[in-house]
Design a binder for this molecule. Structure first.
Ligand SMILES: Nc1ncnc2c1ncn2[C@@H]1O[C@H](COP(=O)(O)OP(=O)(O)OP(=O)(O)O)[C@@H](O)[C@H]1O
Length: 275
């Protein structure tokens, strides 16, 4: 269920020093949706969305339950291909190439655009095998260095370096989620999609993931769906607000969205008048 924060005054858009540096960098588009419509059978879930996602920034997707945030996220790396009734019209251009072109291999695409889900979902395999999986399906043997690099990148190495051959399922929820992040970054992606990555975690584990996102974005572009508006305000540089019917109503700097949105529907949503 969606949890909404009722009072906009509670939403601080104070930025970290790292974010200030990031915000001073000009936006370079890494990924763009153009006139995107997504249908499940006859029902439209995304309505004519165009958006340009900047590189090495955190973009948050917010909006009420059922407005199409996860659908949009899944379109980016063609996870929607796995849903029979789902049909996509329009383009998703990643580094100049429409990911829906016939010659794009979705499996290769998903290594460049990795994904982390709401519920930590490590494979029932060792910590090491979880990390090496993405490289080995590419036919690339993974080295110890690759494993260490991915686990360090996910701020997990110190906690697991002496038990790499134990099951990933024996870790705590927060550690499992960082293992999933390590698995996503092992093949050296450019974009990491996160679908409510902290909503199944306790506040301490969630806070670690938020800190990690702040580090990840130095190297990767992060696009995160969150129901938690404080979280969007805390960690993102840009915020896209979707509203019912799959319409992208406003996309701007996070501070602008939370402090001075152009669209009154966004203001109503942020102040808890609906959603
Ligand atoms: N596999 C599916 N088959 C049919 N309809 C679907 C499917 N997945 C999503 N939908 C519909 O598409 C619309 C958008 O759903 P989606 O999950 O993308 O929204 P959301 O904003 O991520 O919602 P929430 O915040 O509750 O997770 C909803 O009406 C939903 O019922």
């Amino acid at each position: 269920m969606a949890t909404q924060e009722p009072d906009d005054k509670l939403i601080s858009t104070e930025v970290s020093a790292d974010e200030t540096v990031r915000n001073e960098r000009p936006d370079e588009t890494v990924l763009a949706a153009k006139d995107l419509d997504v249908y499940y059978g006859e029902d439209r879930a995304i309505d004519d969305v165009s958006i340009e996602i900047p590189e090495n920034k955190v973009t948050a997707l917010i909006g009420p339950s059922g407005c199409g945030k996860s659908t949009f996220l899944r379109c980016i790396n063609r996870m929607n291909d796995q849903i029979d009734v789902c049909r996509v019209d329009g383009d998703v251009v990643f580094k100049g190439k429409n990911v829906y072109d016939g010659d794009v291999d979705p499996v290769a695409l998903r290594r460049k655009i990795g994904m982390v889900f709401q519920k930590p979902n490590p494979f029932p395999k060792s910590i090491r095998e979880n990390v090496t999986y993405g490289l080995e399906v590419q036919g690339k043997p993974a080295t110890e260095g690759d494993v260490e690099r991915a686990l360090r990148g996910a701020a997990l190495y110190e906690e697991v370096h002496d038990k790499l051959d134990t099951s990933g399922l024996d870790l705590s929820g927060g550690q499992q989620q960082r293992l999933c992040i390590a698995r996503a970054i092992a093949p050296d992606p450019e974009v990491i999609l996160m679908d409510e990555p902290t909503s199944a975690l306790d506040p301490v584990a969630a806070s670690k993931i938020e800190d990690l996102i702040d580090t990840l974005v130095e190297e990767y572009t992060v696009i995160i769906v969150t129901h938690n508006m404080q979280q969007a305000a805390r960690i993102s540089d840009k915020t896209a607000v979707f509203l019912t019917g799959g319409e992208l109503v406003e996309f701007d700097d996070t501070a602008t969205i939370f402090e001075n949105p152009a669209d009154s529907r966004v203001e109503d949503y942020i102040t808890g008048k609906f959603g």
